[in-house]
Design a protein around this ligand. Sequence first.
Ligand SMILES: Nc1ncnc2c1ncn2[C@@H]1O[C@H](COP(=O)(O)OP(=O)(O)OP(=O)(O)O)[C@@H](O)[C@H]1O
Length: 285
Amino acid sequence: MASPSEAPVSASGTSVPQVSYRDAPPLITPVFEVGGLSVFYGDHEAVRDVNMTIGGRQITAMIGPSGCGKSTVIRCFNRMNDLIPTARVAGKIRYHDEDLYGRDVDPIEVRRRIGMVFQKPNPFPKSIYDNIAYGPRVGGFKGDLDDLVEETLTHAALWDEVKDKLKTSALALSGGQQQRLCIARTIAVKPEVILMDEPCSALDPIATAKIEDLMEHLAQEFTIVVVTHNMQQAARVSHRTAFFTTDVGAEGERHGRLIEYDETARIFSNPSDQRTEDYITGRVG
Ligand SMILES: Nc1ncnc2c1ncn2[C@@H]1O[C@H](COP(=O)(O)OP(=O)(O)OP(=O)(O)O)[C@@H](O)[C@H]1O
């Protein structure tokens, strides 16, 4: 992780988050290239014409008011929208220069390589150990499972808290521990990308801080895309930020649009679009 740079002064001088922003690594190794992406639910075009490139081993945050399509877009990155019968995706998402929605692409393999962590911690109703071991077992892992479980829980900064109760139910953990377990479960199958859809919204500030520390640590190895309602969080953890909002057409139709996508320092200190400025300063949204 690049060392944080000094927080630039807000262009507006108003209440933008005052944090040290991270230096954004260059986008020389794109993981996702999104072109003309639109997502429909039935006849409703929920998100229109999104274009963005997401770089490897960095954290990309998606922010914007409720209903602007952040979850809809993040779900496209591992084809979770395939599971919604009315959803239809148009446009292109290239993953390492391959069409993610290509005819020969197996969505199950996509979801192994591109894992997802949800808003509400959702451990399996199994032991802590089995939560981690489940994915590797199903995937035919041949190595030492005990070692893998320890290594994975250590990686997710949870080992010390759970090493003496690996056989107890994951549901007995606190919410924050459950969420770190879900992150551990995701990384146990060695994905490249971790998608996080509001991973801290059900957690208290201390548990949230632990997840943010973990994200920073994991970004050395994984590509992370995170949807968050918490602008402070986006400012603290991400290298790049995408701001979405809802456009209202002449007939009252509403479409989510990507308004601005840039280095996080730039979005929060000197955005180029007035709508971004209004949102991050709390004037709208
Ligand atoms: N399964 C679905 N079926 C039909 N419409 C949906 C579905 N999921 C989302 N939508 C609609 O798509 C639009 C974008 O919703 P989405 O949940 O992606 O926004 P969001 O920015 O993530 O919102 P929030 O911040 O409140 O979670 C909204 O109009 C929403 O009602």
